[in-house]
Design a binder for this molecule. Structure first.
Ligand code: SF4
Ligand code: SF4
Ligand code: SF4
Length: 281
């Protein structure tokens, strides 16, 4: 739906973490009045109807996505279902009621548990400030296919993770610099670079507020099922340790990241006992 500049400007003043939700409500308001264009009066009517009763809108969690599903060419992973699956997993837990039991006073939007999914390392949905952030990742690997030394992979890599020394038969990949965007794989004409893994990198415990904290990365690249298992683990970890509805990052500051990853090691151990096998992530 198109917006007038005046209406756009009015919504820009809304805090970013509720802006998407407010935009949706304003568009619903315009739709109810059979308008094809969102105007300032729709924003004002919506403000009266919705913004003054914001606590009714608090559901205890938020799931944000980037614009990848709308056709962004940078997507490292194209999973259009993961946001819905995340939403489903959290909503099953009756998270609002749980948080209301922990928070002192009224439950507000800043108490909500936030999950953010970005389909590539550009991180447009800001996973670094979410409780759980997923970043689409494709890991490149060098194969034995003959390299034509076309230099395309070196040119496309914005991280300078690939170099092509004079006397080398194929590029050198610096895995410490690589952000797993997968662009070098797509431009390689010979198959010398191929995709080794595709999935999500996971970051946990990000937040803004009085004491901002950038999310801490977990190791590895995780497929959809593993990423959802990590989400469950983070929710369990949060539920067992939250004292007053503080953000996950504050809990991790108290416990250290190992307290969360140890939960994973314990779960991994019991899975191995049950299945008699190991697994990678
Ligand atoms: S995070 Fe990547 S895939 Fe998503 S909108 Fe931004 S650039 Fe596109
Ligand atoms: S995946 Fe992206 S960051 Fe990594 S080497 Fe390739 S182009 Fe560079
Ligand atoms: S690895 Fe592929 S893209 Fe890179 S120089 Fe060789 S042929 Fe070109």
């Amino acid at each position: 739906m198109r917006w007038t500049p005046e209406a756009e400007k009015a919504v820009e003043r809304v805090p970013f973490f509720v802006r998407k939700r407010v935009r949706k409500r304003v568009e619903e308001e315009a739709f109810r009045s059979n308008a094809k264009l969102v105007r300032i009066e729709h924003v004002q009517r919506c403000k009266e109807r919705y913004l003054n009763r914001m606590e009714d809108e608090v559901k205890g969690y938020q799931v944000e996505t980037c614009f990848g599903p709308s056709g962004c060419p940078n997507r490292a992973i194209g999973d259009d279902e993961i946001a819905g699956l995340i939403e489903e997993r959290i909503s099953r837990r009756d998270w609002r009621a749980f948080l209301e039991g922990r928070v002192r006073g009224t439950l507000k939007m800043h108490h909500e548990f936030r999950v953010s999914v970005s389909d590539c390392p550009n991180a447009c949905s800001r996973p670094q400030i979410a409780d759980v952030g997923l970043l689409g990742a494709r890991e490149p690997a060098l194969t034995d296919e003959t390299c034509s030394r076309c230099d395309a992979c070196v040119e496309v890599c914005r991280e300078a993770a690939l170099s092509l020394p004079e006397d080398a038969a194929r590029p050198v990949l610096d895995t410490e610099r690589c952000l797993f965007c997968g662009q070098c794989i797509d431009v390689c004409p010979t198959g010398t670079l191929r995709e080794a893994r595709r999935g999500y990198r996971i970051v946990v415990g990000g937040k803004l507020g009085r004491h901002p904290r950038l999310a801490t990365p977990l190791q590895g690249i995780h497929d959809r099922e593993q990423a959802l298992e990590w989400l469950d683990r983070c929710l369990d970890f949060y539920r067992d340790r939250s004292e007053r509805g503080e953000r996950l990052g504050e809990i991790l500051n108290r416990t250290g990241l190992d307290a969360l990853t140890e939960v994973e090691k314990g779960a991994e151990g019991s899975r191995r006992k049950k299945t008699g096998s190991g697994r990678h992530s």
